[in-house]
Design a protein around this ligand. Structure first.
Ligand code: UDP
Ligand code: MG
Length: 319
């Protein structure tokens, strides 16, 4: 027995919502699980919020969160997680590119003993050159760097046991790295092929530039996972390495001078030794600054990454 929370980020999707809701309702009616559908209106300028509240008026299990402005898909997902009450949390796009009919299959997979089931758009319906190809390359890179192999980090359709989603502060493009985070706390992860449709109405909100953002975020993810607690360990060892190098060079120069009577001052190696020393010291100071930043980062944890204007059908006193 599960209780389900569907989280759906919405940015200018008014035309897509009615059919999406119909399809979700049809699928969930076949399951005997209690559920809630949390639509997060990410500052839409169209009629999305009106459409959502009209639906929510007649259905208490439809919940709506409205942001004060556009905070991005990741923040919308974060707000959904913060308000979810189910023990299985499912993310899905609002534009009908994901198929609600895949939900039972995903839950079956979860029941085989997984904590996270990730959709894989094996038959992706997006432009190949500008979307599918760069995304394949990004998936390869993310899998290499994080050590968690998935074909499709970017597929929104994913189901999580709620335990593996606790305690993350999501920003940038970070929601797509949740499987990598979950793996760090021992989550069992499965990936299954899901349907993918062309967008029904409206336009994609993203272009090629998102791939660069994803890759830059990947650096942060890797850095935080390895040195997040102690940046000084990384910068300190680099700095110490340079300082040792600087002294070795100096010793070599001194030996050269005393045994072979070479001039110390005219050697370019002396300059190099001095440079190594400076780089080394600077690197250690970078580490210290990193430590200070981390302290600020952890101490400011209660600041949410989004701001809410209205909640509909939600009573809990969440952020
Ligand atoms: N979205 C959002 N905020 C944004 C951009 C997108 O909530 O700033 C939502 C959007 O409404 C959709 C999902 O995120 O439900 C995926 O967006 P889109 O379909 O544009 O991305 P693509 O499928 O092209 O990767
Ligand atoms: Mg889409």
């Amino acid at each position: 027995m599960h209780s389900l929370s569907l989280i759906i980020p919405v940015y200018n999707e008014a035309e897509n919502i009615p059919l999406l809701q119909e399809k979700i309702a049809k699928t969930l009616a076949q399951l005997s699980y209690p559920y809630e559908i949390i639509y997060v209106d990410d500052g839409s300028q169209d009629q999305s919020f009106a459409v959502l509240t009209a639906l929510a008026q007649n259905n208490a299990f439809i919940k709506v969160i409205q942001f004060t402005c556009n905070h991005g898909q990741t923040a919308a997902i974060a707000a959904g997680i913060d308000h979810a009450t189910g023990d299985v949390i499912i993310f899905m796009d609002a534009d009908l590119q994901n198929d609600p009919a895949d939900i039972p299959m995903i839950l079956n997979k979860l029941d085989e003993g997984y904590d996270l089931v990730s959709g894989w758009r094996a038959n992706r319906q997006d432009a190949w050159l500008t979307r599918t190809l760069p995304s394949n390359m990004a998936n390869w890179l993310i899998s290499k760097v994080t050590g968690v192999r998935l074909h499709d980090y970017g597929c929104t359709l994913k189901a999580y046991r709620k335990e593996v989603l606790q305690g993350y502060r999501l920003y940038g493009e970070m929601h797509r790295f949740l499987p990598a985070y979950a793996a760090q706390v021992g989550a069992r992860i499965a990936e299954i092929p899901v349907n993918h449709n062309p967008r029904r109405f409206g336009q994609s909100k993203y272009g090629l530039e998102r791939i660069f953002k994803v890759i830059l975020d990947l650096f942060t993810v890797k850095f935080l996972s390895k040195y997040g607690q102690k940046p000084i360990y990384l910068f300190g060892s680099i700095g110490a390495g340079f300082i040792v190098g600087s002294f070795l060079l100096l010793i070599y120069l001194l030996l050269d001078k005393f045994f072979y009577a070479q001039s110390l001052v005219t050697s370019p190696l002396l300059l190099m030794s001095a440079m190594f020393f400076i780089v080394g010291v600077q690197s250690i100071f970078f580490g210290l600054i990193g430590e200070l930043l981390m302290r600020t980062y952890y101490e400011s944890q209660d600041k949410p990454t989004y701001s809410i204007r209205t909640r509909f059908n939600i009573t809990a006193d969440k952020p």
